[in-house]
Design a binder for this molecule. Sequence first.
Ligand code: CO
Length: 136
Amino acid sequence: MITKIHHVGIVVRSADEALKFYRDALGLPVTADKVVEDQGVRGVLLQIGNSEIELIEPTRTDTGVYRFLESRGEGMHHICFETDDVEAELEAAKQKGIQVIDEKPRRGLAGMICFLHPKSNHGVLVEFAQPLPEGH
Ligand code: CO
């Protein structure tokens, strides 16, 4: 079951620069700050009420996030819905003919995650996340 908006992902050129707005000007606390090597990104999570903002900075040029930044510039990248069963959510989406990016859930910054293709979701890249018990 989908329970809430877990986070909104925003692609930025420099997370340090973006933190001047989200952390310093808005006062949102940073809950995670990690380089995910296999995805070639630095991800920074900031708490906003029961949800989060995820800043995504590409650390390599051979990634989808880098290409997104080059072609579209900084801005909103995806929305993430929290679920208590990411595997079931992904299977249900596939059954309904929704085009997926990940065939299986994988480990991400927000827990076990997967992405649905924006073509099936009215132009919005959608992520499902099942947070892990140990947190970020
Ligand atoms: Co995300």
